[in-house]
Design a protein. Structure first.
Lengths: 298, 298
DNA sequence: ACATTCATTCCGTATATCGGAATAAGTCAA
DNA sequence: TTGACTTATTCCGATATACGGAATGAATGT
């Protein structure tokens, strides 16, 4: 029924609604009904789309045709993909060198809209827990050292927009007020790295250095995640220096690409914990997660 | 147009054709024309679908609206997903323990159709090259130790089908004839692990132990990739024992799921997708791109 | 056994998709 | 600058496709 400004009746949109639902599930698999409910689709439609997705190899069902889940092939497809300007390949050697020489876990974070996403990771012998955690994990820009390092080195205009947009989201993490955040950012800009134990995760600490493209804008960050004791005042400068050395080597190799500043877009948004935000946007608005049981308009 | 075995006129199929094309590209981005050509779509259609995909957040375009590429969000979506029965989460601790105590790189491979896919990886200080390489990388079942370990412990019927299907593909790697392959498999079954330096990558060696589900079928494998010297006859038994210990601990925790045996079908990336062998030096990193559509070279 | 939930198939309707062709935008060589 | 060329985007009518209500079939539970 008519153009609602943006398309939400398209098959593609519905298909991805299903994919998103499945991605948000725990990987055990979901039944058609459940999927239909959570994606706001009819059972018939959900079923038909699931068949189509299976034909594409995106979805598989295990155990005598009951539960649907995303396929390993889908995983592999996207794994070889989300690699803006070959950044991951570019950084891999650096990650390996760093984790080997430091003995800590190294993260590669890239900016994606208002979030930072963990693109790669190389583990050291010291087990840690981080915000982004796994490869593919997301945090709002500003949460955690790596994320903060990126935010601090965005061009001013974008930085402001991100700050404005993210402030409400950040509240859920620390007791951030705007002044505090800006102070942090200022210090990061001055020092050239994001350090200091934020105390967000007890006993954990991190340092991060931004990776700047040829225009001096942050597109990524290398970050060390470790236990607080291992970032003593004596060791810290060494670590920072190592990180910085790698980042400056990486910078020039970056293929030009810009991350378009978009609202997290009804797209593949934060399946990850508290990162999810619910801001009804003016134009693209609509289509949040549909309240359970709400029928899609026709 | 109508029958034709499976539907290929559907919008969803076309959309994924584009995604596949983009995934196969080197991440620099592609123009509409190129995408249209390689996916076999009309320019108009390709363009429209790209718009739709952008609305979904799957595709972004950089640089003043010229080149399209897959978004980081798409990457994140699938990363948190392709995790059959939580296998990755289940295995992560084991990977960390192993790479920490052995000092070598540990891979988690899962079966996907006629391939093995690298689902996770934990690096040790010893740099290595492997067949699967990156997370998301694929190899035909039978190539490499991990892959071989899985193949060897499939139920007989499936094993036979895989062998039949894969033989031609294997030819490109070693000088495998069927007899040789079957001999290898027999030995793996007898020993309970896949070992021995296959000499496929000079100086490299690996050992792999299958992860069996409660029915005794191989669904995955833990594999060690290292340099040949580090798998001396004295050290090997230790390594195998450590691996085995972890795998038996993992097995029972596997959520029941079966990988349906399907032709790689028009599915994702399929057979000779990113079966790239990493030939890069770990310091200069980089490399890896095969020309789109080119078969993996011998 | 029955009752209930869930999965799958049917089918008429209408809507979203398709692609040829027109237009706009960008690229390159003089 | 101009002009020829390539590539990107928009239009639009025909029709193939997707839609979803409802019927059927398969599981599950008590």
């Amino acid at each position: 029924m008519s153009d609602r400004e943006a398309q939400q009746g398209t098959g593609l949109h519905r298909a991805f609604a299903i994919i998103r639902v499945l991605a948000a599930s725990d990987g055990t698999g979901m039944r058609v009904t459940q999927i239909a409910r959570e994606s706001g689709l009819t059972q018939a439609t959900a079923h038909r789309l699931l068949q189509a997705l299976m034909a594409e190899g995106v979805v598989v069902q295990g155990e005598g045709s009951r539960l649907y889940r995303l396929s390993v092939e889908f995983f592999a497809l996207a794994a070889s993909a989300g690699n803006p300007g070959n950044l991951r390949d570019l950084c891999r050697p650096a990650l390996l060198r760093l984790s080997a020489s430091l003995g800590d876990t190294i993260f590669l974070l890239v900016r994606s809209g208002f979030d930072a996403v963990c693109l790669d990771r190389s583990e050291g012998p010291f087990p840690i827990r981080s915000f982004t955690g796994d490869v593919g994990g997301r945090v709002a820009l500003g949460v955690g050292q790596g994320s903060l390092a990126i935010l601090a080195f965005l061009p001013e205009a974008e930085r402001e927009e991100v700050i404005r947009f993210n402030l409400p989201r950040l509240r859920d993490f620390g007791v951030f007020d705007e002044v505090y955040l800006r102070t942090e950012i200022a210090r990061v800009r001055e020092l050239g790295y994001a350090g200091r134990n934020t105390g967000l995760l007890p006993g954990m600490a991190g340092v991060a250095v931004p990776v700047l493209d040829r225009d001096g804008r942050a597109v990524a960050a290398l970050s060390v995640g470790t236990i607080a004791e291992r970032l003593s005042p004596e060791r810290l400068p060494t670590v920072v220096e190592l990180l910085r050395r790698e980042t400056v080597a990486i910078g020039p190799g970056i293929n030009p690409f810009d991350v378009v500043l978009r609202r997290p877009a009804q797209g593949l948004g934060g399946i990850n914990g508290p990162t999810r935000i619910e801001t009804s946007d003016s134009r693209t608005g609509q289509q949040g997660r549909l309240p359970p049981g709400a029928a899609p308009r026709s």
